[in-house]
Design a protein around this ligand. Structure first.
Ligand SMILES: Cc1cc2nc3c(=O)[nH]c(=O)nc-3n(C[C@H](O)[C@H](O)[C@H](O)COP(=O)(O)OP(=O)(O)OC[C@H]3O[C@@H](n4cnc5c(N)ncnc54)[C@H](O)[C@@H]3O)c2cc1C
Length: 383
């Protein structure tokens, strides 16, 4: 479907106006899931943007999805409560069987099924995904899964979870990257039957959890693609995730810059606006330039992704540059606001905390630099 990106931005902005700072502050204080905001995005069809029209979605490209998420963040809202509903289904779309696609994608597109939990990270293995220890063993018409995941965001707000587990012991696998498999876990069926979820309270309102798997039985029909090829499938989805999260960071960068400019123009100290001082205006100007440069890399990466071309380099660089630009813009905004930056009612400190996440998740800055060094520049592998 062809929809002009300006129109998308305008409509998303209008939706976001219904969720002002006060709404987010209350949710943040209570660490409460922003269910009303997610429902509004679902009703508007925004979370089904990447599902093909044949399965009931709007069949838009990643470039349009970046416009949606950027605008959410530029409006002062937070897409983290629902962003994974947009892209996690890509694993089913690209690697699922026809029956799996027909069963799940229309329900996901309609918002009746939420597939927005992604269980990869484990307490021990961390960034070293290939060392993950969660084990799935074939048993009759199913698999029995044991292990633990950490930082599984939205696990309590998902009907389905995409889970990465080892099906072949590492020493028996044909190659370093084989032996892991992807499963679709029905959360309602699993809850209390081998699956336990424990929320983790964090410095941001992110609904993230530890997930424990104790003899959890998953039907073989819920294996996505071929057994042992799961790592490859997950990597495929990671480029989309990185580009979309980079777009959120660009949105944050815009929000911080706009706030800083307005405040610097209004706040009078020593008888003149603080923004008249170069020491105040230059950091804002620099943050703006860095955000615009990151936005270009997001655009480039999304364009390559939509054209079906390799985009690992650009997706990683977009995530790196945008998360750094958002962080610099956030710090500059805090500094511009002086003491008032610390006041909850300004929303600056909340956004500042929220945007910090993206230097660590879904992949930390060092791992991106290691990717660029090794895979783009040809330097020796460092780990
Ligand atoms: C709020 C939140 C939500 C999250 N949501 C999800 C989710 O939904 N699903 C999911 O699977 N995961 C999720 N994550 C996990 C996130 O992806 C990881 O935290 C991140 O990938 C880093 O892994 P780690 O925390 O284990 O850090 P570690 O791997 O322990 O690394 C710690 C630090 O050391 C650095 N480091 C490690 N090894 C090297 C090396 N070889 N070279 C250079 N530096 C290195 C890292 O870059 C990092 O800075 C979330 C995390 C948070 C905090």
């Amino acid at each position: 479907m062809e929809v002009a990106r300006d129109e998308i931005r305008e409509q998303v902005r209008a939706l976001c106006q219904r969720f002002p700072g006060e709404y987010w502050r209350e949710k943040d204080r209570a660490r409460d899931y922003p269910g009303e905001f997610v429902a509004a995005l679902t009703e508007g069809g925004w979370l089904a943007c990447l599902v093909p029209e044949a399965y009931g979605g709007s069949g838009l490209g990643l470039a349009e999805a970046t416009a949606i998420l950027e605008e959410i963040h530029a409006s002062g809202c937070n897409g983290a409560a629902a962003h994974a509903q947009i892209y996690t289904m890509g694993t089913i779309l690209r690697h699922g069987s026809d029956p799996q696609k027909s069963k799940y994608l229309p329900e996901i597109a309609a918002g009746r099924l939420r597939l927005q939990a992604f269980g990869v990270t484990e307490p021990e293995s961390g960034s070293d995904t290939l060392s993950l220890a969660t084990r799935a063993v074939r048993d009759g018409d199913g698999y029995v899964i044991n292990g633990a995941k950490v930082w599984t965001s939205r696990a309590e707000h998902s009907d389905l979870m995409l889970l990465l587990a080892r099906t072949t012991p590492r020493e028996e696998a044909k190659s370093r990257t084989e032996g892991l498999s992807v499963f679709l876990v029905d959360m309602a069926a699993a809850h209390g039957n081998g699956l336990e979820i424990r929320p983790i309270r964090t410095m941001i309102n992110h609904a993230t959890c530890a997930v424990y798997l104790d003899d959890l039985r998953v039907p073989a029909a819920n294996l996505i693609g071929e057994e042992g090829q799961g790592f490859r499938y997950i990597l495929d989805g990671m480029n989309a995730e990185r580009i979309l999260i980079a777009a959120e960071c660009v949105g944050d960068g815009r929000w911080f810059t706009e706030r800083a400019v307005t405040y610097a123009g209004e706040r009078q100290v020593f008888g003149r606006p603080i923004g008249q001082n170069q020491g105040v205006q230059f950091p804002i100007a620099r943050a703006y330039a860095e955000m615009r440069a990151a936005a270009l890399m997001v655009e480039k990466a999304a364009t390559l992704f939509d054209a079906g071309q390799p985009c690992g380099e650009e997706a990683n660089m977009a995530k790196l540059l945008a998360s750094e630009a958002a962080w610099a813009a956030g710090d500059t905004c805090m500094q511009t606001f002086g003491g008032y930056g610390f006041a909850e009612e300004m929303d600056v400190e909340r956004k500042f905390r929220e945007t910090r996440l993206y230097r660590t998740a879904p992949v930390s800055t060092n791992m991106i630099l290691a990717y660029i060094a090794e895979h783009v520049l040809g330097l020796p592998r460092s780990y």
